[in-house]
Ligand binder design. Structure first.
Ligand code: PGA
Length: 252
């Protein structure tokens, strides 16, 4: 089953709207519709700016989080209708930094993921084990719990609409990259978990690797059978580096 490669830039809490403009000035002209699917995930206050400038280009835009209610007394939160209104296409959900620093739980993700799909936003669900969990051989248990809980309320027919990012927490922002064997093994394990939900649609799900992806390691990771793309943090802040990762992914 062929899956279109998918490369997403997670800018985290970096770039003002004007810095995002500078990135786009340099990055957008290099993007064509026949390459991988490219998604930019700017911080809240650059989101409308980036969505506006990417409209009509092949580049798509996702938020870094989303709440599961449409409106109401939820101070500080942002809803799916608000994102759709400014032209956003998707949302990163369950990034390890949200889980680690902001109390994001699998129970709330079990509401957020189906909400995004129902609203017409593409969820990029992040899962991954910590160093301690890997060292105690709990990687598979952690991935099973996260994937099966977070997708529990997603209808099997909708499974192919989910993008999953496998991001071992110990590889994020550390310069430590999972070996190709570790990355493939975890992504294959995730795909097999999806098969227990729906064997045909499991083959449609794009599974990304994230954690210190750089221009010089992207091609090797992307060539692995169960890895369909990358979620890139640090190296996605620079348009030339991110462009090189996109180019390496088309080749993979
Ligand atoms: P990194 O971040 O590429 O800086 O390791 C990846 C991520 O957190 O999505």
């Amino acid at each position: 089953m062929s899956r279109r490669p998918y490369v997403a830039a997670n800018w985290k809490m970096n770039k003002t709207a004007s810095e995002a403009d500078e990135f786009l000035d340099s990055f957008l002209p290099s993007q064509s519709a026949d390459g991988p699917e490219v998604v930019l995930c700017p911080p809240w206050l650059a989101l409308e700016r980036v969505a506006g400038r990417c409209a009509g280009t092949p580049v798509r835009v996702a938020a870094q989080n989303m709440f599961y209610e449409d409106s109401g007394a939820f101070t500080g939160e942002v809803s799916a209708p608000m994102l759709l209104d400014i032209g956003v296409d998707g949302a990163v959900l369950g990034h390890s930094e949200r889980r680690q620093f902001f109390g994001e739980s699998d129970e709330s993700l079990a509401l957020k993921v189906p909400k995004a799909i129902e609203a017409g936003l593409e969820p990029i669900l992040c899962v991954g084990e910590s160093r301690a969990e890997r060292e105690s051989n709990d990687t598979e248990a952690v991935l099973s719990h996260q994937v099966l809980t977070d997708l529990a309320e997603v209808h099997s027919d909708d499974l192919g609409k989910v993008v999953i990012a496998y991001e071992p927490v110990w590889a994020i922002g550390t310069g430590l990259v999972a070996t190709p064997e570790q990355a493939q093994e975890a992504c294959e394990f995730i795909r097999n978990l999806l098969r227990t939900r729906d064997s045909e649609r499991a083959g449609q799900v794009r599974i990304l690797y994230g954690g210190s992806v750089k221009p010089d390691n992207a091609g090797e990771l992307m060539a692995l059978p169960d890895i369909d793309g990358a979620l890139v943090g640090g190296a996605a802040l620079d348009p030339a580096d991110f462009g090189a990762i996109v180019a390496a992914s088309s080749a993979g």
